[in-house]
Design a protein around this ligand. Structure first.
Ligand SMILES: Nc1ncnc2c1ncn2[C@@H]1O[C@H](COP(=O)(O)OP(=O)(O)O)[C@@H](O)[C@H]1O
Ligand SMILES: [Mg+2]
Length: 283
């Protein structure tokens, strides 16, 4: 079932992701909007829109999972959110400010889709890669000298790679590199963490552990998470809200109300059987 674009704001209003003041002990009291797409459009080079009339919000405390087939506009949404692209129409806001004007990047962490090339130009250690995450703002070195080492050690610990601290990044497995990138993204203790398909190329066990880590960043470390992923079943275990994208929003709501039909429509083939267990286990 295709959601009529004009209905999206109403759907959001009627069925808030997590309404303010739910009294849910797992959620922060502050449920303000941290990222908002409002009738956002984007076309590369003025051609066919890659993103069309997308509207949804991510609130503080959410673990938002963004699902969609290849080429459906997920990474484009992320580039828009990070202010790397400007919407052709509509708006994208971070913490209530247009993302193209937003400057307070210490509040935001980002784990990119591709990790190839990382550390291949120079033999960086895991620790050095993670330290890079602190080099922001007007006086990063001063901050680093005062608190940096402790922050780096904490981030490595949270990411579960303390033991890899001195290793060359290029000597690590894909999954370990992803963790190093996560440590780099969280070392400044961001409020909002964006991740773009961080587990492609990681085996099933690595993916499960990875999703446990993201859930703990969300629940125990109070980070709002915006995760683009293909791993539907695993995402359902931790996500508090889900947006399915195929240029526009096909579904938006609580993961447990996402059905096999939504997913079949999204991916264009029946995924019902495949997903049955994953979805129903976590309802
Ligand atoms: N830099 C670019 N220049 C032109 N077209 C692009 C560029 N990046 C992505 N696209 C196109 O935009 C659409 C959405 O891409 P993308 O956002 O990367 O999708 P996803 O991340 O869901 O796989 C695709 O048709 C893709 O080919
Ligand atoms: Mg992508």
């Amino acid at each position: 079932m295709m959601v009529d674009n004009s209905d999206i704001p109403e759907v959001v209003a009627r069925k808030p992701l997590m309404p303010e003041g739910t009294g849910d002990p797992e959620l922060p009291d502050d449920r303000s909007v941290v990222c908002e797409f409002d009738n956002t459009w984007y076309s590369y080079g003025g051609g066919e829109p890659a993103v069309e009339s997308v509207s949804f919000q991510v609130r503080r405390g959410d673990f938002a999972a963004i699902l969609g087939p290849n080429g459906s506009g997920k990474t484009t949404l992320l580039r828009l959110a990070l202010g790397l692209l400007k919407p052709s129409r509509g708006s994208v806001e971070l913490f209530g400010e247009s993302s193209s004007r937003f400057r307070d990047w210490s509040r935001v962490g980002y784990v990119p889709q591709r990790v190839e090339g990382l550390g291949t130009r120079f033999p960086a250690t895991v620790e050095e890669i993670v330290e890079q995450g602190l080099y922001r703002g007007f006086d990063p070195l001063a901050i680093f000298r005062r608190h940096g080492q402790k922050k780096v050690l904490d981030a490595l610990e949270v990411a579960g790679i303390s033991h890899l601290r001195q290793r060359a990044i290029e000597s690590l497995s894909v999954g370990q590199r992803q963790r190093a990138l996560i440590a780099r993204a969280i070392v400044g203790d961001p409020e909002l963490l964006f991740l773009d398909e961080p587990v492609s190329g990681v085996d099933a066990v690595g993916r499960d552990r990875f999703h446990e880590l993201i859930s703990s960043l969300n629940k125990e470390h109070n980070m709002t998470v915006f995760l683009i992923s293909h791993d539907i079943g695993a995402v359902m275990q931790g996500a508090t809200v889900c947006a399915c994208i195929n240029r526009t929003v096909v579904f938006h709501g609580a993961p447990h109300s996402l059905t096999g039909e939504h997913l079949s429509e999204l991916y264009g083939f029946p995924v019902d059987v495949l997903l049955h267990d994953a979805l129903h286990e976590h309802r």
